[in-house]
Design a binder for this molecule. Structure first.
Ligand code: NDP
Length: 307
């Protein structure tokens, strides 16, 4: 297709200012500008966070997220619309956020920050703190996010195992299990970390049986997608002390409703779907878009093509 006009949809504002990305791409030999819903039809391609019905009229849609579960693949395919995503950029960003959660739990930082809000000097019990070195983390999903988590945790002395559809080894993971052996994979881990995309197969993959199989002193982390986890079963597991705690960046309903018990449970860290936020986000997305504009010119297959 002919690419003459690329729009940066204003929904990306939730992650970074759309004008930063439009400026970053302004040297491309095409028109690039920030657009609202009524300007979609005038574009050949859009870069976006959210989905809009009108995208089915353009030739190419690029998602600024790795997760593309909100886009209707069948309709894109039927209408010959190319969909690309932003996998490949979030490895260290999310890896460092996950390391932050684990360090908080091990060194009790979340408790001290909460106490500080109330000017309370309250030292932990002598046996509350532990060290990450020598612990095991089982990471569900061994792609970009999982590998970034493995790299950062590995540098802290954590032994990292992984779960993917097959048991094929992946660099950075000491052991890899197939999804069929999920219950066995989580049994000995102090940390179980979800970095999975949301698909028909992964929806509610983490359920009561998984929490039951985990150690009683284990922490659960989800930086993938909320519906991969049965949230009611997670809340039960936390309230019944089947597991020790959790750090959660993604939820079945976002924003997390005010009445959710997760806000107030001890040993639960809640972050607002921002595990990958960094000041460099728009540049990394821009580089993928730039690469694909050049591939389009030379007739090569798009990088990160999903549909
Ligand atoms: P990748 O495609 O690089 O990795 C996905 C991984 O999931 C692969 O290792 C794949 O392994 C595995 N996988 C897929 N389906 C299954 C299954 N049924 N059972 C077991 N493993 C499975 O994606 P990314 O790592 O870039 O991103 C993963 C997800 O993380 C995104 O889809 C998005 O939802 C979420 N995300 C969240 C962010 C946040 O801010 N919280 C930021 C970025 C991403 P294999 O193919 O070998 O089975």
């Amino acid at each position: 297709f002919e690419l003459e006009r690329l729009g940066v949809h204003d929904s990306v504002e939730a992650v970074f200012p759309p004008s930063e990305l439009a400026d970053y791409l302004s040297d491309l030999p095409i028109a690039v500008g920030v657009i609202g819903d009524d300007e979609i039809a005038a574009c050949d391609a859009v870069v976006t966070l959210e989905h809009r019905e009108a995208f089915l009229e353009v030739d190419w849609v690029h998602s600024i997220q790795a997760g593309v579960d909100r886009f209707p693949f069948d309709e894109f395919e039927a209408d010959d619309v190319i969909l690309t995503n932003s996998t490949g950029i979030h490895d260290r960003w999310v890896g460092e956020t996950v390391a932050g959660y684990l360090l908080s739990f091990a060194r009790r930082l979340h408790v001290h920050v909460a106490n500080q809000q109330e000017r309370r000097w309250d030292q932990p019990e002598w046996d509350e703190g532990f060290t990450l070195s020598g612990t095991t983390a089982c990471v569900l999903g061994t792609g970009t996010l999982g590998s970034g988590v493995a790299e950062v945790l590995g540098s802290l002395g954590v032994r990292v195992t992984g779960v993917r559809r097959s048991a094929e080894p992946v660099p950075g993971f000491e052991e890899v299990y197939a999804t069929d052996d999920l219950l066995e994979a989580v049994t000995d881990a102090e940390f179980v970390i979800v970095t999975l995309p949301l698909t028909d197969e992964t929806r509610h993959l983490v359920d009561a049986d998984v929490f039951e199989a985990m150690r009683a002193d284990a922490y659960f982390v989800n930086v993938g997608r909320g519906p991969v986890v049965d949230e009611a079963a997670l809340i039960d597991a936390l309230e019944s002390e089947t597991i020790e705690g959790a750090a959660l960046d993604v939820f079945e309903t976002e924003p997390l409703p005010e009445e959710s018990p997760l806000w107030e449970l001890d040993e639960v860290i809640v972050t607002p779907h921002c595990a990958a936020f960094t000041e460099d986000y728009f540049r990394a997305v821009g580089d993928i878009v730039r690469e694909n504009v050049s591939r389009l010119e030379s007739g090569e297959e798009f990088h990160n093509r999903v549909v």
